[in-house]
Design a protein around this ligand. Structure first.
Ligand code: PLP
Length: 560
């Protein structure tokens, strides 16, 4: 590919991305392919001679798009946000254009120095303690690929610090026994990847129960630490979560910090998702106690508009931290500088120029832009909570916290909620996943994910979710009684073939189409509509809202 071809192809790629982003709202969120679909669409071997660019680009639609789950659809409400913004995309292009490896200052001075600067900016932007600033002398930050990597790096440092102390205080203790005595703590609501990080560092992690609000409390930690000490073990590390994956709960740092100070434990904070919210001062009360924290990490690639991957990790004592990760070899010889040598702050030697996208996003959104974005998502989650509360077939079990709301089908136990999730996700218009609450009950978890989600999208997603609820017998009867009342007062109308059908086919929506009301009311027949996935009767309630009674569910699209 020569320069001219590259320029033209690059323009086509940008156009493709723009076109994708414009149409993502209209695509089913989940794909319809079966596992193994892709192998059937590509040759069994790499091409012996170069393929044509036009064929490669065309295969984005033929091969790739059918297998895409659309994370940036406004109806994707699963997992966590995954940032995707124009400034970050531009920076990614440039970073890959310059393509360097920031393993030392000489290897990529700008890459290293910008990382130091933007991480200092972030400390101030998020209201984190000054001891995390590189200029503080002892502390500093580094960009990692993930929250899990941050846990692995910090727990390893805590382990090495503890082993050093043990070797000094109990020189007769053999290494295996010393290592076997180390123990760390987290809550049952911590992300499961954390346990993998602890296992990789060969440190036992004790998982503690939370209170009803899914928070790890200080007294629970204190009791567990005392139990371990009584058993002759050596507590070393506590992982607190600000914004748990399940319900976005916030562990009280002040309580946990007091226990950690008393027992000299490393206190690490995983704020992978919710950390970005601290750009807004109104959320900083959730940081109470952060002065006690030893290390802190959050993923700018989740909720801060910086494309994947870009997680920030700060430590208050870089000496202890880097002692555990130091590597040297003649080939790595580095000039003496006061700047951090990031190869001693990370797992891999190779480091991408990730600071560039952080820099672009911070500059092109500005503090005000980031605050507006975060507040917008928080508002949308509150809106969703309100919608759930208005339908008494559902209950909110964890109110909106940042962009997360958890709810359940009110009757029918876990299986009713499980069934709801299955039906919603099978229909592929909205994607939500489940979580487990502190009491072990299952809940559906709705998250505002996409950068382009609007209030109208939230209503559409909710209407799609609620139309899949299976009324149990008791509710059906109650509903039928209610309907009869409405029938007497308002005369329920029916119609076999309505313009609603056409409207539904195009939009997948039925409840708001004005023609349905007019056609059916005037002809005195119940409205029957067919969407892509369901055939239903429509009933107009006294309040003027259309409710749907699902008659059959399958793929009707082919029949339309
Ligand atoms: N911690 C929390 C609170 C999370 O929500 C997640 C993922 O959603 C993780 C950790 C795992 O993040 P990563 O993939 O960056 O390791």
């Amino acid at each position: 590919m020569d320069d001219i071809q590259f320029r033209s192809a690059a323009h086509e790629v940008i156009d493709y991305i723009l076109q994708y982003q414009r149409t993502v709202r209209d695509r089913p969120v989940l794909p319809s392919v079966e596992p193994g679909y892709l192998r059937r669409l590509v040759p069994s071997e790499a091409p012996p001679t170069p393929d044509r660019w036009t064929d490669v680009l065309a295969d984005m639609e033929r091969v790739i798009q059918p297998g895409m789950t659309h994370w940036h659809s406004p109806h994707f409400h699963a997992f966590c946000p995954l940032a995707n913004s124009p400034p970050a995309l531009l920076a990614e292009m440039l970073a890959h254009g310059l393509s360097c490896v920031g393993l030392s200052w000489e290897a990529a001075p700008a890459c290293l120095e910008l990382e130091v600067v933007v991480l200092d900016w972030l400390v101030r932007l998020l209201g984190l303690p000054e001891h995390f600033l590189s200029q503080s002398g002892a502390g500093g930050g580094v960009i990692t690929g993930s929250a899990t990597e941050g846990v692995l790096l910090t727990i390893t440092a805590a382990r090495e610090r503890a082993l050093k102390d043990l070797r000094r205080d109990q020189p007769d203790l053999d290494e295996a026994t010393a290592r076997g005595r180390l123990v760390s703590f987290t809550s049952a609501q911590a992300n499961p990847a954390i346990l993998k990080a602890a296992a990789s560092a060969a440190v036992r992690m004790r998982v503690l129960p939370t209170d009803d609000g899914c928070r790890l409390r200080g007294d629970t930690l204190q009791t567990a630490v005392e139990e371990e000490l009584a058993a002759g073990n050596v507590p070393i590390y506590v992982l607190a979560t600000l914004g748990t994956t399940g319900t976005c709960a916030f562990d009280p740092l002040d309580e946990l910090g007091a226990v950690c100070r008393q027992h000299e434990l490393w206190l690490h904070v995983d704020a992978a998702y919710a950390g970005a919210a601290f750009v807004c001062p109104e959320f900083r009360h959730l940081l109470n106690g952060v002065e006690e924290v030893t290390s802190f990490s959050f993923n700018a690639h989740k909720w801060m508009l910086v494309n994947f991957e870009c997680a920030a990790l700060w430590v208050r004592d870089s000496g202890t931290f880097t002692a555990a990760h130091k590597i040297d070899a003649p080939i790595l010889h580095t000039a003496e500088t006061t700047l951090p040598n990031f190869r001693n702050w990370s797992l891999a030697l190779g480091r991408r120029f990730r600071a560039l996208k952080l820099w672009f996003v911070l500059r092109l959104y500005g503090v005000s832009g980031l605050q507006e974005y975060i507040r917008g998502h928080v508002q949308l989650a509150r809106q969703f909570e309100e919608l759930v509360r208005r339908d008494d077939r559902f209950e909110v079990v964890a109110p909106a916290s940042m962009g997360v709301v958890c709810f359940r089908v009110r009757r029918g136990g876990d299986s009713a909620t499980e069934e709801l999730l299955r039906r919603v996700n099978d229909a592929k218009k909205v994607f939500i996943v489940k979580t487990t609450l502190a009491n072990g009950a299952l809940a559906a978890r709705f998250v505002v994910v996409s950068r382009v989600t609007t209030a109208e999208d939230v209503v559409t997603s909710w209407e799609e979710i609620r139309r899949h609820v299976q009324p149990n017998q008791e509710e059906s009867e109650a509903a039928m009684e209610g309907e009869e009342t409405v029938a007497q007062e308002e005369s329920i109308v029916t119609k076999e073939e309505t313009s609603a059908q056409e409207h539904s086919r195009v939009t997948g929506k039925v409840e708001t189409h004005p023609d349905v009301a007019e056609d059916c009311q005037s002809q005195g027949v119940p409205a029957c509509a067919t969407t892509r996935t369901a055939r239903m009767n429509l009933t107009r309630t006294k309040s003027g809202r259309w409710t749907e009674e699902i008659l059959a569910q399958r793929d009707f699209e082919a029949e339309m």
